[in-house]
Design a protein around this ligand. Structure first.
Ligand SMILES: *Cc1c(COP(=O)(O)O)cnc(C)c1O
Length: 346
């Protein structure tokens, strides 16, 4: 093996999902799949999660939703929340993918496409609760709900969900966001049935703030065993992936390993530590396709070196490695390029 490997443990993913579901019950888990399942591989994630009984999937874009649908077949529910083109809307309607809607303009396009296709689009309306990242403003809400109810009556639409996204910057801000969210739900309920999926929280708030959870919780990071940077460890949640590179050359007091910035390793990681069979060693330099590690007695070409993961005395996870350069574990995982081979080991 000279290409680096991201070794992926399905058993960990499945036990993380179980821990998350137990923690958030009775809220239903929606496993978030964006960025190719946080770098682990979308098809693998959907397959394993479905096996574990997960029904809801959150894909950022329609394209990934379509890929998830290929794995799921007729079962499962998929939500794609980014504003999409008309062609993508058609794909979503064809593959029964729910659409997240954050503007009146997008809603109009969806109703138009659903009418043209003679199907009922399932939408989740997004209320802007303060993040200002796509979402209907509270002052637009009543009119939009009226438009939705009219499209429902005409048979083109079903209001399947109401949602928003929290800043998670402070509890007080998140409480205020929830108040705006609950008011939006109340307005919707006053003119029709309560949508089945009410969702506001992602990993951290779902885990730590039970009072903010809706009927569904959109969770990515914690399912993949990526805890919040500088956050506490989580009961029952373990890293799913380890990143391993092979020694290709040894010289004097250094080992050259086959991983570099072309694989997505940030050069700012120089100076942090990696795991070797003899314990932690300094990662001295990161070049394009190789990196230089401080040597150890008996080192040989072919030896494994752990950038993170279950290896010997190095960083235990993408998150602990990320903390060395003040970023988050997701950033390390999702930057890994396709040069890094994804290998499912358990
Ligand atoms: C990424 C994302 C999530 C999942 O966030 P995690 O912190 O990884 O659980 C949920 N909702 C939206 C809209 C997202 O973009």
């Amino acid at each position: 093996m000279t290409r680096p490997e991201l070794r992926i443990r399905t058993d960990r993913f499945v036990s993380n999902i179980a821990a998350v579901r137990e923690r958030i019950a009775p809220s239903t888990l929606m496993v978030v799949l964006k960025d190719d399942a946080y770098g682990h591989g979308l098809r693998w994630a959907v397959d394993a999660a479905t096996e574990a009984g997960v029904e809801w999937y959150g894909s950022y874009d329609v394209g990934s939703g379509v890929e998830a649908r290929r794995v799921l077949g007729d079962t499962g529910r998929i939500l794609a929340w980014v504003t999409s083109t008309d062609a993508e809307i058609d794909d979503a309607l064809h593959d029964r993918i729910d659409l997240g809607v954050g503007s009146a303009e997008y809603l109009t396009r969806i109703v138009t496409r659903a009418r043209a296709q003679g199907v009922r689009a399932r939408v989740h309306l997004k209320i802007d609760t303060g993040l200002h990242r796509n979402g209907l403003l509270p002052e637009e809400w009543e009119q939009t709900i009226a438009d939705v109810r009219a499209a429902e009556a005409a048979g083109h639409l079903e209001l399947a969900g109401i949602w928003s996204h929290l800043a998670e910057a402070s509890d007080a801000e998140d409480d205020d966001a929830q108040a705006v969210f609950l008011e939006a739900v109340r307005v919707a309920e006053s003119s029709g049935p309560t949508p089945e999926a009410l969702h506001l929280t992602a990993s951290a708030a779902s885990w730590w703030r039970p009072e903010l959870r809706g009927s569904v919780s959109r969770i990515g990071a914690f399912c993949y065993g990526v805890r919040s940077a500088d956050g506490p460890e989580l009961d029952g949640v373990l890293p799913v992936a380890e990143l391993i590179a092979t020694v290709v050359t040894v010289r004097d007091d250094e080992a050259v390993i086959a991983i570099g910035s072309f694989d997505g390793i940030p050069s700012t990681l120089a100076g942090s530590h990696v795991g070797t069979t003899a314990g932690a060693r300094e990662l001295r330099r990161i070049d394009a396709t190789t990196a230089v590690v401080a040597g150890w007695p008996g080192m040989r070409a072919g030896d494994p070196v752990w950038l993170f993961g279950a290896g010997e005395h190095g960083e235990s996870s993408a998150t602990t490695l990320a903390e060395r350069i003040d970023t988050v574990g997701e950033e390390i995982l999702t930057r890994l390029t396709s040069r890094v081979r994804r290998v499912v080991v358990a």
